[in-house]
Design a protein around this ligand. Structure first.
Ligand code: IDC
Length: 355
């Protein structure tokens, strides 16, 4: 499980105090070896519990969930960035500190679009930005998802060569780290599972050349809905699984659009195959419109019950209701507290801190 709530809150408070005291932000991470425990007593003996990655270490897939090396189930909770091509200015020292220490996020998804002015326009530049951001998140003791945010066209095969180049570079550089997740296809659409599965079977060995057990997250049909958005259901994937170790299947939902049909599908799938919710919103599938917090809470309860890790969309100041910050917050902030958060931001920050 993630950090106990009291420790998490206390850690967040200490982080803010440390930052105010102009102690280097990283000085309060696992490296410092000096922080307060649950009782408020200064200790130096439980630093391993300070950051999520230090506490849980390497995570592997065991059965249908993630486990630490002792076999204890671990559920991660965190945030996705918006597209790096548009909202890189929302990812600086202050905002990343806020996400790590004020929000207490276990994991950050780095969302790199391929089209729409993304990776395809400057492979070297985007790869370098990804390396740098992976290092930033790693320095804060969090887990990180490297998200190959293919979206349109929906056939992942269209970007296969680019993906091979990119994931080889990322895995060669970071494959020895304990905190990396590879999400190899954000949201396939318009193609059947066999085509998506063949793509996964092509990209997995590219990563495995350099990282023999880092968890690889596999996109599912109809915008990573396990086929539910297309009127199919989870059985197609369950009956025709990718033959590889340390893989999980992704599921995305937007609570104001996706009701019982989705919730039940996720519940059924999670009993059979390892699921990871790498993207969800409290609003409509556009990432905009009114929030449905009651429905979202039902999803959160299910995911807690089944040990499904999750990541919310998105940590930016885009004008849509699903971007947590008010427009104009980036790059200057402030990013801590709730002063610059939209309604969805306040709600999801509470959900992560409550973990
Ligand atoms: C949306 C962004 C929006 C952007 C659009 C571009 O919120 O600013 O213009 O993408 O394609 C997804 C996608 C994700 C979407 C998000 C909200 O993975 O890229 O972001 N969404 O629509 N799947 C379901 C919803």
């Amino acid at each position: 499980m993630a950090l106990p709530p009291r420790r998490k809150r206390l850690f967040g408070l200490l982080a803010v105090l440390a930052a105010v005291a102009v102690i280097t932000p990283l000085g309060i991470s696992a490296a410092s070896g000096d922080h307060a425990d649950d009782t408020g007593t200064e200790t130096a003996d439980d630093t391993a519990a300070v950051t999520p990655a230090a506490e849980h270490g390497k995570l592997l897939v065991c059965g249908t969930t993630l486990c630490d090396e002792s076999g204890n189930e671990v559920q991660l909770r965190g945030m996705s960035t918006h597209g790096l091509q548009w909202y890189s200015q929302c990812l600086n020292d202050a905002s990343l500190d806020a996400l790590a220490y004020d929000w207490g996020a276990d994991i950050v998804r780095l969302s790199m679009y391929i089209q729409e002015d993304g990776y395809e326009t400057d492979p070297e530049g985007f790869t370098q930005r990804m390396h740098d951001l992976i290092d930033e998140v790693t320095a804060r003791g969090q887990y990180v998802i490297v998200d190959w945010h293919m979206l349109d066209p929906g056939d992942p095969t269209y970007n296969l060569e680019r993906a091979e180049t990119f994931f080889a570079e990322i895995a060669a550089e970071h494959g020895d780290q304990d905190n990396i997740f590879y999400e190899v296809a954000n949201e396939p659409s318009g193609v059947e599972w066999p085509t998506i599965k063949a793509y996964h079977e092509a990209i997995i060995p590219v990563i495995r050349q350099y990282d023999d057990d880092g968890v690889i997250l596999l996109g599912t049909p109809d915008w990573s809905s396990l086929g539910l958005s297309g009127g199919s259901d989870e059985q197609e994937v369950i009956n025709d699984q990718v033959d590889a170790e340390n893989i999980m299947y992704t599921f995305h939902f937007y609570a104001a659009s996706h009701d019982e049909w989705y919730l039940d599908g996720l519940a059924r799938a999670a009993d059979e195959i390892p699921m990871f919710v790498t993207e969800f919103g409290t609003q409509e599938y556009t990432g905009d419109g009114p929030n449905d917090f009651a429905m979202t809470q039902r999803y959160l309860d299910l995911m807690a019950d089944k040990g499904i890790s999750w990541v919310n969309w998105n940590y930016s100041d885009d004008e849509r209701s699903g971007a947590v910050f008010e427009p104009g917050t980036c790059p200057g902030g402030p990013f801590t507290g709730t002063g610059n958060l939209k309604e969805a931001g306040v709600w999801i920050r509470d959900a992560i801190r409550a973990g």
